[in-house]
Design a protein around this ligand. Structure first.
Ligand code: ADP
Ligand code: MG
Length: 684
């Protein structure tokens, strides 16, 4: 007797070879098999008499083979099988290309169902390469909504269909009901058995929808439980308790008042620091929202308790900038501050490491060099990472896998909708800075096409004449790109601009350059030695050049809204009125609509919500970077409502049974644990 964990080899017709092909798809057990959901469906439920069909429609025809199928070999590599089929209303010619076996499968005088696209020529009807099966076939591939699976070598749709049918027949009854009855009722979800049956063999589209909703919910609910437990476990990790401080003492030395959002983020983090547990907090705030100040307040707070801090930036140039900003803020208060980057000489590095070891530094700022094995910290109490792009859940923990357990603050300038933040940063507590410091000027944004090129060049000239600097961003061009589109490569565009502005200094940075070369160009731009900097998105990182007043994005249609917003955040950081020009020749209402959102608002959270709505979650969940397990059926962008609901229910359940240790939650817990194991593997 088979159960859910029986090997797929058990299925009739699955031998060693096919079993291996299934393993490649991640299918090992019958449970895996029935959880291998269709990629799409074909509606093969419509039957029609031959005479009533119309050209171009795809239908099922019930008809008898009227003559013996004829096989002709037209030439090497081209076999044709031709036959005629008839029903009460008419005749249909059928042709198979390179399916010689059709000749033996189809017999004169017998009735079949043919499914395919009709071609009509006058009163003649024909079909090419139809799907077919004997009339009245049980569990067949016609006459209903048919699932289509993603296949691997050595597999075909028929094998998948039959195997899954057998799997469901033999152990469908054993499919566990992972969801507590109360949740199922509250959320109006169908039973598991029904869902698995109808996701593969839907009775109709209504049943399919119910099945999908249930299975999407399951997947997101398990994910939410897994992340919730991760949070729960972490909270129990002991952390150094930091003494109470009077933050007013810190705020009062600033040249300006902190915004309410900054205060709130700091208060939340300070509460973590004093809680006895390790802090793991994400501070999310739009570019320019003042995250550095939040970091400074916390560095000062732990320093008051005799602890040191480390701040890690993604690039050398950002490390330099943080070093300058934080030194001017914190050294007057008595903190000793050091820097550790790859660009330093061996001697400087050695001295800095020595100082760190001896506890002579209260704050060290650097790149990932900070976490190399030969760096020893005395009294490290707080680690801050300024991440522009998301590190995966696992990478983050590798970062702090030193023997000590310092508090961790992650700063991110990628505003993402709150629901998504909970998933993406599910193991972190989240503070949001949703307010910009007062007096910020809005960056005026325009979407234009090629016909504005001359005026745009005039504008560049005017601003550079006033002493301002200009960023120009071109999309990354890679080999896979469709070259039918004339895309601007950064280097090419820099040459063009240099020809237009022979008297200005034009430079280029792109991803293929060595980190050192990139940093050198960036440093020259920061120093004002370059007027126009052409780049790929490498400059997306939060470099601060207050003198830059114009951001031009070429082929703007190639960028996500959130990305464009990030780019725009590179200007408007000083006292100069700043502009962003999005150049795109792509027509189409959707491109215009997307770009116009940027012209209308400067609110990063609003933009990211629109981006998610318009483009789906690809932008946020692009690569596997995020370190989340792959979703089988749920779409984290499109299924947002279900996600929110699943999160609420998961949190409520975990509040009652944090370990999922009650007997009725055993199977749920197993699935949740399994998700951890699988995704822990994919971190590495
Ligand atoms: P980001 O969140 O992008 O890292 P920064 O921390 O670099 O932003 O801050 C951007 C600018 O805003 C800095 O020049 C900083 O001095 C200034 N700033 C930060 N907080 C305030 C405030 N409360 N009032 C006025 N200016 C502020
Ligand atoms: Mg910053």
């Amino acid at each position: 007797m088979a159960d859910l964990y029986t090997d797929v080899r058990y299925i009739k017709g699955i031998g060693e070879k096919k079993a291996q092909a299934l393993h490649k798809l991640g299918v090992f057990t019958l449970y895996d098999l029935v959880s291998y959901f269709p990629r799409k469906y074909e509606d093969r439920s419509q039957y029609k008499p031959i005479a009533l069909t119309m050209s171009g429609e795809t239908v099922c025809i019930q008809a008898m083979v009227a003559d013996t199928p004829r096989l002709t070999r037209v030439r090497r590599g081209l076999d044709l099988v031709k036959l005629r089929a008839v029903d009460e209303s008419g005749v249909m010619d059928i042709t198979f290309f390179n399916q010689p076996y059709a000749k033996d499968n189809l017999h004169r005088g017998e009735s079949y169902v043919f499914y395919g696209k009709i071609e009509a020529n006058g009163s003649r009807r024909s079909m090419v390469n139809p799907v077919y099966e004997r009339e009245g076939a049980v569990n067949g591939i016609t006459g209903r909504i048919v699932p289509i699976y993603r296949l691997g070598a050595g597999l075909n749709q028929r094998i998948m269909l039959q195997s899954i049918r057998q799997g469901l027949n033999d152990c469908g009854e054993q499919l566990p009901e992972l969801l507590p009855e109360s949740i199922r009722e509250r959320c109006q979800l169908v039973q598991a058995r029904y869902a698995y049956e109808n996701i593969h063999f839907p009775a109709d589209f209504g049943a399919l929808e119910l099945a999908r909703r249930r299975l999407i919910f399951d997947e997101l609910f398990i994910l939410a439980c897994a992340l919730g437990r991760l949070r729960g476990e972490r909270v129990r990790e002991r952390g150094v308790v930091v003494n109470a401080v009077d933050l007013e003492e810190f705020w009062s030395v600033l040249p300006f008042r902190p915004t309410n959002a900054q205060r709130r983020a700091v208060d939340q983090a300070v509460a973590d620091l004093q809680s006895g547990s390790v802090m793991n907090r994400l501070v999310q705030g739009d570019v320019g929202s003042g995250k550095t100040l939040v970091a400074a307040a916390l560095i000062w707070t732990v320093w008051k308790s005799g602890l040191s801090s480390a701040l890690m930036a993604p690039t050398e140039i950002l490390a330099d900038q943080h070093f300058e900003t934080l030194t001017s803020l914190l050294s007057p208060l008595g903190l000793r501050i050091g820097k550790l980057t790859g660009a330093m000489t061996a001697k400087e590095k050695r001295e800095t490491k020595e100082a760190l070891k001896n506890g002579e530094l209260d704050l060290i700022i650097g790149t990932h060099a900070l976490f190399s094995a030969d760096v020893t910290y005395a009294n490290l109490g707080l680690v801050i990472t300024d991440e522009q792009h998301r590190f995966g859940v696992g990478q983050r923990s590798a970062l702090i896998a030193k023997s000590i357990k310092p508090h961790v603050l992650v700063m991110s300038a990628t505003p993402i909708p709150r629901t998504l933040a909970l998933i993406l940063y599910g193991d972190l507590d989240v503070s949001i800075i949703d307010e910009l410091p007062p007096g910020r000027q809005k960056v005026d944004t325009f979407a234009v096409d090629e016909s504005y090129r001359e005026r745009l060049n005039g504008f560049i000239r005017k601003l550079c004449g006033e002493g301002r600097q200009v960023f120009v961003v071109c999309p990354m061009v890679d080999e896979n790109d469709d070259l039918a589109l004339p895309l601007k490569s950064a280097e090419e565009h820099a040459r063009e601009l240099a020809a237009v502005f022979p008297d200005l200094h034009v430079a280029c940075v792109h991803g293929k350059m060595k980190a050192k070369e990139k940093d050198a160009v960036m440093a020259a731009f920061v120093a004002g030695e370059i007027n126009i900097l052409v780049s790929t998105t490498v400059i997306e990182v939060g470099v601060d050049v207050p003198n830059a007043a114009l951001m031009i994005v070429e082929n703007a249609e190639r960028f996500g809204l959130s990305q464009l917003h990030q780019l725009r955040g590179r200007v408007g950081r000083g006292q100069h009125k700043s502009y962003c020009v999005l150049v795109s020749d792509a027509n189409g209402d959707d491109v215009r609509a997307r770009l116009s959102i940027l012209c209308q608002t400067n609110d990063g959270f609003k933009i990211s919500e629109e981006d998610l709505r318009l483009r789906g979650p690809g932008d946020f969940f692009g690569s596997r970077q995020h370190g989340l397990p792959e979703m089988h059926i749920a779409d984290l962008g499109a299924d947002m409502d279900v996600l929110t609901r699943a999160q609420q229910e998961a949190n409520a359940l975990l509040a009652e049974d944090p370990q999922l240790s009650r007997p009725e939650h055993t199977q749920l817990r197993e699935r949740v644990d399994q998700l951890f194991r699988v995704s822990a593997d994919s971190f590495n």
